[in-house]
Each structure stands twice: as C-alpha cells, then as structure tokens.
Design a protein around this ligand. Sequence first.
Ligand SMILES: [Zn+2]
Length: 183
Amino acid sequence: MTPIEALVKKNRDLAFKHATDWLNFHAGFENYLNYIRKEYHELAMHGIKGQGRAATFKTRVGAAVQSGKKIYSSGNIENLSRMEDEHAEALVMKMALMDGCTDPMEYRALALVYGEMVKETDEHSFPACNICRQIIWENANPETVIINVVPTGEIVFAAPLRLLYPFPYPNFSSIPRRLPNKC
Ligand SMILES: [Zn+2]
C-alpha cells in the first residue's frame, strides 16, 4: 500500500466510524434526550437567562456552559458594523476561560437558545455554528454535550461535540494547553 493509499484508507475508516457512531446514537436518541432533559434542566434555564441579556438589534441567542459545578451564561452581542459580533456560545466559553476554567475535561455541556418564540420557521436547532464548534472543540472536550433549547425552556436536541464536529482540527490530543485550571 502506498502512503496515499494508506491515507485514503485511514480517512475512509474514520468516516465509517463516524457514520456508525451516529447510527448508534440515533438508535438511543429518545433515552439520551430524556436523560439530558433531566440532567441539564438547570443549564437550559441559565441559557434562557443569557438570552434575556442579549445585546442585540435582531436575533436573540442565549448560551450557558457548565464547567465542573460552575455555570456561566451569556447572550449574543451584535454590533452595527457586524465585524465584532459575538456569538453567545463563543462568548460564554470565553467567560469561562477568563474565570480560569482551562481544564477541557471539566466541561460538561453547553446549552443554546435561539429565537424569540416557538414558530416552525424559527431556527431553533442549530447546535452552534462552525466557528463556535471550533472554539468549543479547542477548549472543552469531545464528550461535551451541545444542547438546543427553545425559548419556552424545552430541550429539543442534544448531541456530544464529537458527533457534531467530525474531522476536527486539530486532533484533541494535540491541542496545546493553557494555564492550569483555576475554576
Ligand atoms: Zn457561532
């Protein structure tokens, strides 16, 4: 096998593993969601609080993250120039980091709340954008649960980051780590 053939095989095997993981996850989804609803109800409520503080003109997003026993919450911040907008999930990760939560294995879950009201056309189920997934990937861990909450407080979707962010950059084990955890 040439090096290129080996690389093709490695990536194909990874893709197959990812697809298999999703199928297994799908099979147990209802039980998993029920567990998440019980375990992370409080976190979801903090996400709603964060949404209430969103500094925005239009789209209101809230986020809450749990690191160890600590919970941080935030809303998004919009700016008219659009260049400095802060997504709620990115901002809440930065808040936790600034408070010293630098141990990725302490991160448990991140809850996200989109939209103003429950409507079929509203965008309630995006488990973070690509940039935010990267920020979460670099600072939390692959098992961190991303949770979608509707503005009424109900959890409608949850999945671990490793499923939502396949083929991440870089590998989790090769991420350089920051200062010791003080959280
Ligand atoms: Zn984002």
